[in-house]
Design a protein around this ligand. Structure first.
Ligand SMILES: Cc1cc2nc3c(=O)[nH]c(=O)nc-3n(C[C@H](O)[C@H](O)[C@H](O)COP(=O)(O)OP(=O)(O)OC[C@H]3O[C@@H](n4cnc5c(N)ncnc54)[C@H](O)[C@@H]3O)c2cc1C
Length: 340
């Protein structure tokens, strides 16, 4: 959110400093699976449909702009998502979801077992039906962060201070006037809070803002040789994301674990159990890595974006499961709010 907002602001003529206590992309944004799941993530929330769709549909242009600005391909692919059902109650759920999506004017097809296998031959033999979202897509988050960093490095208007921890906001006369760092202060006309799951821990952030809390997610990376899976597959509590080059990300847990950045035996067990139940051939794939990180979640609330109750302070946080999907849209909204 910080890097994307900096690029949007600089693109409109502002001078920006990105402050990051580690390196940009150190946390959730590089850990994400990168699913642009505008439809599969809706779950009947009509109020999010327009913004999720707009975010997903804007990605093609943004991926191309980032490639032109950086030379880095962010791996944008419209690979589609298949949500699979294994029994009649799950099929009935998919049928209800299909009807709801159709009522919203969205493209989603309820497929029988044979049709589902045509879309993704690798799905398990006991899949009885699937809901296909052909327009949902993906990007590769580490590549996205690299592309943004190269674009930022080439921008004369953006400075990155990696290793700079914000200790607190400077609040003067009911206005945010910048931040206090480990070493010195930085004064600014506008300050954007984009500290992910740590956003509520920055002293000076208005207490009236809803709290942002971490929801841990673990990921298992498999390497399939040769690559077989083509489509993103969602099963009960699990997803499988093939990158197209043999890498297959399997995720993810949703855990209240504070800031314990651990990969647990139970987490890996649940993820692999779910992934292999959807795509059994992954059982022969090589285990290539594991990691975990924190989704910034605001209970009972969507993301916090734009002006805050404290003049001079702007928000770009709390995007929970869909921060990669919503990054460019958020950055543009932040730039609109900051520059009027
Ligand atoms: C396992 C997992 C899978 C996910 N999958 C998807 C997905 O498929 N699709 C999708 O759209 N979204 C996904 N997400 C969600 C997405 O990753 C997040 O919503 C998004 O990356 C949040 O971005 P952010 O910039 O707010 O937070 P972060 O990327 O966490 O960045 C916050 C940054 O602030 C820095 N910081 C914190 N405090 C300070 C301070 N005091 N001073 C200086 N710097 C500070 C941190 O070091 C960090 O780098 C997933 C998340 C996880 C964990």
């Amino acid at each position: 959110m910080g890097c994307a907002s900096a690029l949007a602001l600089a693109g409109r003529g502002a001078d920006v400093v990105v402050l990051e206590r580690a390196v940009p992309g150190a946390e959730a944004s590089s850990a994400a699976a990168g699913i642009l799941g505008a439809q599969v993530e809706l779950h009947g929330r009509a109020e999010d449909a327009a913004i999720f769709l707009r975010a997903r549909d804007g990605w093609k242009t943004w991926a191309q702009a980032l490639r032109e600005a950086s030379g880095v391909d962010v791996g944008h692919k419209v690979s589609g998502v298949l949500r699979v059902a294994k029994d009649e109650p799950e099929r009935a759920d998919l049928a209800r979801e299909a009807a709801w999506q159709a009522g919203q004017g969205l493209r989603a097809s309820l497929l029988d077992a044979a049709q589902a296998r045509e879309v993704e031959p690798a799905i398990a033999p006991d899949v009885v039906a699937a809901l296909h979202f052909p327009d949902d897509a993906q990007v590769d988050p580490p590549a996205l962060l690299r592309a943004m960093m190269v674009a930022i490095a080439r921008s004369p208007r953006i400075t990155v201070r990696a290793g700079a921890t914000v200790q607190r906001l400077i609040v003067e006369g009911d206005r945010c006037a910048g931040v206090v760092l480990d070493e010195g202060t930085l004064r600014a006309d506008a300050t954007v809070l984009a500290a992910g799951s740590w956003s509520s821990l920055v002293p000076g952030v208005p207490e009236s803002l809803p709290a942002v809390r971490p929801v841990r997610g673990q990921i298992v990376l498999l390497e399939e040789r040769p690559p077989r899976v083509r489509s993103i597959v969602f099963g009960a509590g699990t997803y499988v994301v093939p990158r197209g080059d043999g890498r297959v990300l399997c995720g993810s847990t949703m855990e209240q674990a504070g800031y314990r950045k651990e990969v647990t035996a139970a987490g890996v067990h649940a993820i692999l159990d779910g992934a292999l139940a959807c795509v059994p051939s992954l059982g022969a794939a090589q285990l290539a890595g594991t990691w975990s990180n924190f989704r910034p979640h605001v209970a009972g609330h969507g993301a916090l974006v734009g002006a805050s109750p404290l003049p001079g302070l702007f928000l770009a946080t709390g995007h929970h499961r869909n921060g990669i999907l919503l990054s460019k849209l958020t950055a543009d909204a932040v730039a609109d709010a900051v520059l009027g």
